[in-house]
Write a protein that binds this ligand. Structure first.
Ligand SMILES: [Zn+2]
Ligand SMILES: [Zn+2]
Ligand SMILES: [Zn+2]
Length: 491
């Protein structure tokens, strides 16, 4: 028996008696002149793989990494010795593994690149954000009592775009039939569904401020940093102390995630928490209330700006947040009209880290030439944002913004998730904990000797299919387990 249902195809493929593919296979084999089925490349590769003597072990490896879509292959060894005697407690090497190598996860956070690894990353993000709100993973449970808010920051408008239907409102509700100087109607009047590809596209692409959009992206990281500093400064002055002494009383911790909107502009969602002087372990001072934090953030978001000085061309543009910002108290474990629960916030943030600019119609790899942009199967709006990055990136006054290297992210250079050191645990700590759980962690009193090298990555054509099947099966298994857990043992 083959260990995976998808591999039943080998039973027929191996002896080539009949057309070997399943009903849903789109690439059906073409019958050659001689009447024998001509195999597709995938089928030939399936046969090759299945005939490998270590094929079952390879399946085990791919299952162990959750059906990762782009595994990294390593060769080497790990030996764990008892420190006092030098006795070998554990030895593993790849000599007897398929191809003399071991598959490890690609760990890509993007759903479009690797679904199983992005799921794992989202899970880690959930725990990381949740620990900062409710405690756990090394953060005390008392953080749930600290003032905590959820802040959403947007980019300003760079020109009107088509909007999805919101509570019955049409796209751009302008009654008149006025047109812009390029002859495009200023209003739209249609009611767009969320899935409408027009949503996020400008009403007039000539009126749309593409330069402003990509330059705002290029300064968004600095705008965030200044906002954080201003929150600390305003807090200090609100309670009558100098900014330099704020650390003796309180600390501001945060975790933030960037999300691309349909118009190709980023949003930031951030959890902001007020702690005592030693971070999560210390109680905030009596004056540190949610109301004070919200008032301070409200004032800071409205006034913080970055002024960029350029040698020539566009003068001294000022970059600010959009007027559509939102700040809410995070309530502990339940939901009410004006606040959101900590669990909901953690799940919300986790969902966004697996998204990429791809979800706004972009791509998730760097651009190498202007010509490449025109060939990409993307909306005209996103391609214009990318070419604006490329063109501006070639000008000496914008050199430090590295707009060409970041054309694929529409000029934004920041990370998708950032957090302050004191917020909660780290991805590395969560991964180490997982490794310990499966029994690969060093015990005390031992010495580890390990030598590993990179020997390749990715799957063969048939490997892609098999890994996807394994990932789908593991996902189905998780669903079943979840259903059983939700229902309880008595069903
Ligand atoms: Zn992966
Ligand atoms: Zn519209
Ligand atoms: Zn126009």
């Amino acid at each position: 028996m083959f260990p995976h249902p998808r591999l039943a195809v080998f039973a027929t493929a191996q002896n080539e008696r009949s057309p070997p593919m399943a009903k849903d296979e789109t690439r059906r084999p073409v019958t050659s002149i001689a009447g024998r089925p001509r195999l597709t490349d995938t089928e030939k590769d399936l046969i090759r793989l299945a005939q490998e003597p270590l094929f079952p072990r390879w399946l085990e490896q791919i299952t162990a990494i959750g059906g990762c879509a782009h595994p990294i292959y390593l060769a080497g060894h790990t030996t764990i010795l008892e420190a006092s005697t030098g006795a070998v407690l554990h030895h593993y090497d790849t000599t007897h593994e398929p191809g003399g190598r071991l598959a490890v996860r690609c760990r890509n956070r993007r759903e479009t690149r690797c679904q199983p690894c992005s799921r794992l990353y989202a899970g880690d993000t959930f725990h990381l954000v949740r620990a900062g709100l409710l405690g756990g993973k090394g953060t005390p449970d008392s953080v749930a009592e600290h003032p905590r808010v959820f802040l959403t920051l947007t980019a300003p408008s760079f020109g009107p775009v088509h909007r999805a239907h919101r509570k019955g409102a049409p796209c751009t509700p302008r009654r008149n039939s006025a047109t812009c100087e390029h002859g495009h109607r200023i209003g739209c009047g249609q009611t767009h569904a969320d899935s409408d590809p027009l949503v996020g596209q400008p009403l007039c692409s000539t009126c749309y401020d593409y330069t402003g959009h990509v330059l705002w992206h290029a300064h968004a990281g600095e705008l965030w940093n200044r906002t954080c500093r201003a929150i600390r400064r305003h807090l200090a002055s609100a309670v009558g102390i100098t900014q330099s002494r704020l650390g003796e009383y309180a600390r501001v911790s945060f975790a933030k995630v960037a999300e691309y909107q349909r118009r190709g502009a980023i949003h930031f969602h951030a959890v902001i928490r007020l702690d005592g002087p030693d971070g999560s372990v210390s109680h905030p001072p009596h004056w540190a209330t949610v109301e004070l934090l919200i008032d301070v953030i409200d004032a800071v978001v409205r006034t913080t700006q970055v002024t960029a000085a350029y040698a020539r061309g566009i003068g001294e543009p000022i970059f600010k947040w959009g007027t559509q910002f939102d700040v809410h108290e995070i309530w502990h474990a339940f939901k009410c009209d004006d606040a959101i629960s900590d669990e909901a916030v953690a799940a919300y943030v986790a969902k966004y880290v697996t998204k990429s600019v791809g979800d706004a119609g972009g791509i998730d790899r760097p651009i190498t030439s202007l010509g490449e942009i025109s060939l990409l199967p993307l909306s005209r709006h996103v391609k214009t944002l990318m070419s604006s990055c490329w063109v501006l990136g070639g000008l000496p006054e914008f050199e430090n913004l590295r707009l060409r290297s970041w054309a694929h992210t529409l000029g934004y250079r920041g990370h998708i998730l950032t957090k302050s050191r004191a917020y909660s645990t780290t991805y590395a700590a969560l991964r180490a904990q997982r490794a310990q759980y499966v029994g690969h962690m060093d015990a005390t009193g031992t010495v580890t000797d390990a030598v590993w090298r990179y020997v390749g990555s990715g799957h063969s054509v048939a490997g892609v299919e098999i890994a996807a099947g394994i990932a789908a099966d593991l996902a189905a298994l998780r669903e079943v387990r979840k259903e059983i857990a939700d229902r309880g043992p008595c069903g």
